[in-house]
Design a protein around this ligand. Structure first.
Ligand code: CA
Length: 414
């Protein structure tokens, strides 16, 4: 673990509102114009080609690899790489600062950088750890019962989703077709979803595998989490409502999941660790932890309606509203002995806050479509073709931010 001192500054100009301060230094995959795909970091307004830094002899890599992927790096290895990047970009280091030719070659403005899916997930797992979301869904769909199902505060509910449709921010999202049954219809029909929705989530990649039959103790969870991304788990509510009984979500979720392009290391988030949600009743021993992996990450959702050139904030939330923490999610998944794989992607579940205006889905913001919202002169219940949905998230330091950039997607017709 390497935490950059909060007073440290870079020779690269970094605006106090930039997500990519010297304290962040995330990892992503960059496709530079005319050159091969490379591992990259972001600082200020630039994406930095790490292959170019290695070839110039500035960045030493601990094992021989092509640098054209995450190459199953462990957290320890990425931590070490990030430490070296800190030294290169720290304001007193002149090596790259004063090498204009190398700087021009290695640093691409973020506005022009083509960023790829950082890691092709080997598996996608989706939890349901946002307690306000779970409770809102309960109120809407089971109004005569307590909002939370009896298992909620005992077991981190989740399901194994679909990895093949995880895409990077900017990828257009085709409106899915599916089987639905309207309340007043006698038989179901097949066609484009009428209730396309987003889900505001945080995700993490696994960076250290486990062997089958050997559950990971919860105290080891931090060693297995490689880094974090923002997740938009697109959902078709009408399809979901008809298909989810009795086995849970299936095609209503598997058509697309978008993630942000930069993987932020736990090292960068460490100064923003906060106490997790109070858990009552006390979790079973295999889910009990002294060190809660919860961070103060400010989240924001914006919608740019079709035909408009302005994006409007429709929700603000925070990672702290998760009931089950990331380490509890991972320990629960591993508790039956299923092997964890390098590159498995975990999503948290929709992170809604307690109040209107902090809800993490259209389903909740419009209360099942019964209360349409105004978005810059347009009215919305669910997402329409041409709408662009963006999410962002950052931690606020003293004069700097550690952020995730954005995850966005535009809805295309079915
Ligand atoms: Ca979800």
């Amino acid at each position: 673990m390497f935490v950059v001192p909060s007073s440290a500054r870079s020779w690269v100009p970094v605006d106090p509102t930039s997500h990519f301060s010297l304290q962040n230094l995330p990892f992503g995959l960059l496709a530079p114009a005319g050159r091969n795909v490379t591992l990259a970091t972001a600082i200020g307004d630039y994406a930095v080609d790490l292959t170019a830094l290695r070839d110039a002899g500035i960045l030493t890599i601990f094992r021989s690899t092509n640098m054209d992927s995450f190459a199953e790096f462990s957290l320890e290895e990425l931590s070490e790489l990030r430490h070296k990047l800190f030294e290169i970009f720290e304001e007193s280091n002149a090596t790259l600062r004063d090498n204009e030719i190398l700087r021009m070659g290695a640093m691409t403005p973020l506005s022009e950088a083509r960023l790829l899916l950082p890691i092709k997930p080997t598996a996608f797992i989706d939890f349901y750890s946002g307690i306000h979301h779970a409770s809102n869904v309960g109120k809407m769909f089971r109004p005569d019962m307590p909002p939370l199902l009896p298992n909620y505060r005992h077991v981190p509910v989740g399901y194994n989703g679909r990895a093949s449709s995880v895409v990077v921010s900017g990828t257009p999202i085709r409106r899915p077709k599916g089987q639905t049954k309207a309340a007043d219809a006698e038989v179901p029909s097949f066609g484009p979803t009428k209730e396309l929705d987003f889900e505001l989530e945080m995700g993490f990649f696994v960076g250290q595998p486990t062997a089958m039959g050997e559950p990971m103790p919860i105290a080891d969870a931090p060693k297995h989490i490689l880094g974090y991304v923002l997740v938009n788990d697109w959902s078709a509510r009408d399809v979901q409502r008809w298909e989810y009984v009795p086995l849970g979500p299936f095609l209503a979720k598997s058509f697309a999941t978008s993630i942000s392009p930069w993987v932020v290391l736990p090292d960068a988030l460490e100064p923003f660790r906060i106490a997790g949600a109070e858990q009552d009743p006390e979790p079973l021993p295999y889910l009990k932890t002294k060190l809660s992996l919860t961070y103060d990450i400010k989240l924001e959702v914006s919608l740019q309606p079709a035909g408009s050139d302005t994006s409007h904030v429709i929700s603000t939330s925070n990672t702290k509203y998760l009931y089950w923490s990331f380490d509890q999610q991972l320990a629960h998944q591993a508790s039956n002995g299923t092997p964890l794989g390098w590159g498995d992607l975990y999503a948290s579940g929709t992170i809604s806050g307690p109040l209107e205006g902090s809800f993490g889905s259209m389903l909740e913001l419009t209360w099942k479509g019964s209360k349409p919202i105004e978005v810059g002169g347009a009215t919305r219940t669910f997402l329409e073709d041409g709408d662009t949905l963006s999410m962002t998230g950052y931690c606020q330091g003293d004069g700097f931010r550690v952020g995730f950039g954005t995850v966005s997607g535009t809805v295309e017709p079915a």
